[in-house]
Design a protein around this ligand. Structure first.
Ligand code: BTN
Length: 332
């Protein structure tokens, strides 16, 4: 019996016994149901305990499920997941350099749409514009979703802002106060960055091969957990709500919302999502500066269009659409 099989057996075992928490299942029943022998059952229970599950045994003949760890494990993510596609194929890791890199390798070899890569920790978490993404162990969600949208490459920025919308809705549902989307695709709570999105795509002219939607969510970090250089600008959902959240549940809720919004996006792009995005936007009506490759442009943010572009009213009164850039609010 190799390790992979032991993992599968453990997943199946926990699936069965968690159906009735605290109930003592007989080993005889579990062995029959899982088609395994005593030795493998004992190994599976030991592995689950090692992973952080609380499983009580009685007289070496019965066992009961007590609780699951808040770890981004495959079995935990799948348990109670309400999506049809998103997150149905899970690759969960303890530590990786970057989930986006692994997801990209999987997309290259044809992983199914909705495959996700998650990790407890990233050693080289990547942010936009070549920045790093702070990815400490066990407190955040580091996730990449593989999708194959039938869109032109120019439409891809719309996917990032659609993702930001799904995240803003997910976080708001927890009761987080003052949730904003900062164009192009950050989510803020009380003005501090809580979520970052890094969308990467493989495409040729006129056709997208695949898109990796990389999402970093600060969930249970406290202020002092963040490195000093970002402490003033960063926060986590848990810190703002003053309670510890289940990362597994938050991930499941997000995947559900993402799937819903992605379905709408596939039919009509941002057309039917735009209003909700604009509602969350903290820029509309403000005087902003927008950092471009080699210039800084200032103007009043007037809108976000159906391609996810920011519409600025320039000092000469003309309006211009921008695909990307670093926005700073000068005057609200
Ligand atoms: C940003 O705001 O600059 C984007 C941050 C994106 C971070 C996520 S974490 C999961 C995925 N893997 C990465 O290396 N980056 C993205």
């Amino acid at each position: 019996m190799n390790k992979q099989n032991l993992n599968d057996v453990s997943d199946n075992l926990v699936d069965i016994i968690r159906r009735r928490p605290d109930y003592f299942y007989t080993f005889a029943y579990l062995k029959r149901k899982l088609e395994i022998d005593e030795d493998l059952l004992a190994k599976a229970i030991a592995l689950l305990r090692q992973t952080g599950y609380r499983i009580e045994t009685r007289k070496d003949t019965h066992c009961a499920f007590k609780s699951a760890p808040d770890l981004l494990l495959r079995a935990e993510i799948l348990h109670g997941l309400k999506t049809k596609k998103m997150g149905r194929n899970v690759h969960a890791f303890q530590s990786v350099q970057s989930t986006n890199i692994i997801a990209r390798q999987m997309a290259e070899t044809g992983a199914v749409e909705g495959t996700i890569v998650v990790a407890e920790e990233q050693t080289r978490g990547r942010g936009r514009l070549g920045r790093k993404w702070f990815s400490s162990n066990g407190k955040g969600i580091y996730l990449s979703i593989i999708i194959y949208p039938d869109i032109r490459p120019t439409m891809a920025p719309g996917l990032s802002i659609m993702t930001a919308l799904a995240l803003a809705d997910t976080i708001s549902d927890y009761g987080a106060p003052s949730v904003n989307i900062k164009w192009p695709n950050d989510c803020l709570i009380n003005g501090r960055k809580t979520v970052g999105i890094l969308t990467e795509l493989s495409a040729e002219i006129g056709k997208v091969h695949y898109v990796i939607v990389g999402v970093g969510i600060n969930v249970n970090q406290q202020r002092e957990d963040f490195p000093e250089d970002i402490r003033k600008r960063a926060t986590s959902v848990g810190a703002e709500l003053k309670r510890k959240l289940s990362r597994v549940e938050l991930l499941q809720n997000f995947l559900y919302q993402f799937e819903k919004d992605y379905r709408v996006y596939q039919k009509s792009g941002l057309k039917n999502l735009r209003k909700r995005i604009v509602k969350y936007s903290n820029l509309i009506g403000s005087f902003v500066s927008l950092g471009q490759k080699d210039e800084i442009i200032s103007g009043i943010a007037r809108d976000i269009d159906t391609e996810g572009r920011l519409i600025l009213e320039l000092p000469d009164g003309n309006r211009k659409a921008f695909n990307a850039g670093e926005v700073t609010v000068i005057k609200e």
